[in-house]
Write a protein that binds this ligand. Structure first.
Ligand code: EPZ
Length: 423
């Protein structure tokens, strides 16, 4: 086990390059099993969640090679159609293989993804949609047994909630189903658009991705393609929060400003100066941040739930009080008590968190509770007085590639060390 050791107080200065989007790469890697042949994916981030997906692809029979941020998948020979329990539990979002496996193998068996640090992670919307497309699903002893008698069939599917994962599984199942599929109240995240663009490059017929109505006309076969994954908007905004709280001045490269349309006004309201170009954002802050208007997490294009924790960390030192309302996940405030250990003054009442800006934070020993909660501890620790240790950083490695190297290059006093407390 490793830990991060951070001595706060350094301004972050220089420039960084944002890696590809984890939440785009994962469904695209799953989709490669639908295209017999060799698919090449560029800007695929080197993250433990990507490694977990590659392990699943190899178990299924794919040949996978990785050269830094380029992953090549040859899925000509699929020899397994199930996902072993240990691989399912390594990454909750493995559920995204469901639609692709049904499209390629017409059957699959995988363990129920279960809950995670954010609370129960139901998949009722995935199951209801796939059943409408002709999938027989039985649940026993914690496993989902799924099979399709003939072919997946196109269907009209109205999602009661714009679930990202459910929209992705339906897209994957519908791409080579018989007939047309319409998804209403679909998720609109940029990662959905990226997955749809990947499938279209493979020959799929998809219209409307990015809107709440997506139209898919099934095709008989998908062929391999070459694709560049979009930049990770969540990673970009996380680093921008770190730059803002340390009163830094950094050029953030390889971003899509339009994917951050909800966040950029918040940085400006807090007092940051932004210089926005087509693929880069220069962010500079020289003073104590201002409090921001109430943040309500919503499906895209609303405020992203994944940015609740990193943005909250930025607000711990602001002048005044900021309010957050978490509307997407039941239990996404586990980082609050860890931020309070650093001297933050945050109180939680149900879905609402109230952040009273304090004059200073002080280093402490803290522990990651989940991916974005762990990132929020890094943001706060960079501005805390003295030394902070952050334990259980495997959570952070799921979504940020070598976070300590990125921050060290900006002047942060940060290192990854062995956590001997675990021995
Ligand atoms: C994706 O998770 C992301 N993960 C999450 O990012 C992100 O927080 C989430 O979308 C929301 O934007 C990946 O893309 C790998 P949902 P997903 O289905 O698909 C409920 C990160 O930090 N729901 O949109 O699981 C669910 O319980 C991760 O990178 C049902 O009730 O999210 C939750 O409350 C964390 N039934 C809400 O919908 C279902 O069948 C949003 O879930 C499915 C979901």
């Amino acid at each position: 086990m490793s830990k991060l050791v951070i001595t706060g107080g350094k301004k972050l200065e220089g420039e960084i390059f944002i890696h590809g989007a984890k939440n785009s790469a994962l469904p695209i890697l799953a989709a490669t099993i639908m295209c017999r042949g060799e698919t090449i994916i560029h800007n695929c981030p080197q993250l433990s969640d990507v490694e977990a997906s590659i392990k699943i692809l190899k178990y299924l029979g794919c040949k996978v090679s990785q050269d830094k941020d380029t992953v090549t998948v040859n899925s000509t020979n699929i020899i397994n159609s199930d996902i072993p329990e240990n691989l399912m539990h390594e990454m909750r979002s493995s559920i995204i293989f469901l639609g692709a496996l049904l499209a390629r193998c017409k059957k699959t068996k995988l363990s129920f993804p279960g809950g995670c640090e954010l609370g129960p992670r139901p998949i009722d919307l995935h199951i209801a949609a796939l059943k409408k497309m002709g999938v027989e699903i039985t649940e026993e002893h914690g496993f989902l047994n799924c099979s399709v008698k003939n072919k997946l069939k196109g269907s009209k599917i109205a999602l009661s909630f714009p679930s990202v994962g459910a929209t992705e599984n339906i897209l994957l199942a519908a791409a080579s189903a018989k007939g047309k599929t319409i998804i209403t109240n679909a998720a609109r995240e940029p990662e959905i658009v990226d997955l749809a663009n990947f499938l279209i490059s493979c020959g799929a017929k998809i219209k409307g991705a990015g809107s709440d109505n997506i139209y898919i006309e099934g095709v008989s076969r998908l062929t391999p393609c070459e694709h560049v994954v979009i930049p990770d908007r969540i990673a970009a905004s996380t680093f921008m929060s770190a730059i803002a709280i340390t009163r830094g001045d950094v050029l953030v490269k390889n971003v899509e400003p339009k994917h951050l349309s909800m966040m950029l006004p918040i940085f400006e309201e807090a007092g940051c100066k932004l210089n926005i170009s087509e693929k880069n954002i220069k962010i500079k802050n020289t003073d104590r941040l201002n409090k921001i208007s109430t943040i309500r997490t919503m499906p895209y294009p609303g405020f992203p739930t994944d940015l609740q924790a990193p943005t909250m960390a930025m607000m711990t030192l602001a002048k005044g009080t900021s309010i957050f309302v978490e509307n997407i996940f039941e239990n996404r405030y586990k980082h609050v008590c860890e931020l309070n250990r650093l001297g933050a003054k945050i109180s939680v009442e149900g879905k609402v968190a109230v952040v009273y800006g304090v004059d200073s934070l002080s280093g402490a020993i803290t522990r990651c509770t989940d991916l974005r909660g762990g990132a929020s501890l890094v943001v706060a620790a960079l501005a805390a007085e003295g030394k902070t240790e952050i334990l259980d950083i495997s959570h952070i490695d799921r979504g940020y590639n070598q976070i300590e190297e990125t921050l060290k290059n900006l002047g942060a006093d940060i290192s990854r060390e062995k956590d001997i407390s675990k021995n």
